[in-house]
Design a protein around this ligand. Sequence first.
Ligand code: SF4
Length: 366
Amino acid sequence: MLGIYIHIPFCESKCNYCAFNSFVAKEEEKEKYLDVLIEDISFFAKNNKRRVDTIYIGGGTPSLLNVKQFERLAKAIMDNFVIEKNYEFTIEANPNSLTEEKLKSYINLGVNRLSIGVQSLNDNSLKFVGRRHNSAEALEKIKLAKKYIKNISCDLLIGLPTTSCAEYLSALNTLIAYGVTHISSYMLQVEDGTLLKEMVIKNPKLLPDDDSCADIYQKMVEFLKKKNFQRYEISNFALKGFESKHNIKYWTGEEYIGFGLSAHSYIGGVRWSCADRLSDFYAHKKGMEEIIGDKEKIEEHIMLGLRCFNGIDLSYLCKLNYNIKNNAFFKEYLQKGILIEKGENKVVLNPDYYSVNNLIITNLLP
Ligand code: SF4
């Protein structure tokens, strides 16, 4: 079943580490952007209202849309798609722009999942990465959001120099106590063109090394497991039944349509993106387009399958003319318990080896 992704690129300021397509914009810009976005949505659905079961509004900071703007967008989605009964509708929010008024409009228009950019509950760390909220505000907004929405995910950054392992675990404990049902925990990346990159060039020892990050990650995994949060993808943990249906689509090769700046789509074996530059987006220009052939399908299946609970389907690979059983690393990994057989035709990555998944994936490619 098709999923919808909508990109809202606006932010109140740029965080130090951020390489996403996001920027600060005036109200007129937001209105203009929404106009084009809604035109694109209507154009896509012109002759065929597709059935969808997941909607994901990400960014940027979608909670920067005011109530009227969000209502326009939600109405465009509802008017142009047939929404399945058991749908999932997620919106991303940052603590400082989330209000009770917005939460009410979200639930009135069908939102049933909220993803909050908490990133840390350590105020020094929040300052370090240039976030605008503090920990007290993050917790206050989670508490408020829980009054309206049961399914709440929080993003946390690993690899911050000012947060100890004990503080990470304490943050998880607090978030769980506040009723969070899903945690996405990402490693802080040093991306080109960011302020963080300049800081690291000036001080190469600024960030903790890979080993200490891997150690913290492993302790977080163990802690979350004890709290009944299952890891269903390398960076994603959820209570049973609260896994992100939308993100699972990306990891299992299902189809999705993306609207908005740089948004990607994958339908009928073709992947394409909307334009990266605002002026091109306003002119309805496309970004890239590629046909996903057998080689790409094999690579993606191995890469995504080993990152999440789904694993690799050996018969699917055979259909694409790749008998992975002939790969020497595959045999070795099975013998050593790095890969685990799951039924007759499936293998999954042993969770103990998630931190070295990139190397394993590379060795298993044709
Ligand atoms: S709020 Fe998110 S998208 Fe916006 S600048 Fe910060 S990290 Fe980037």
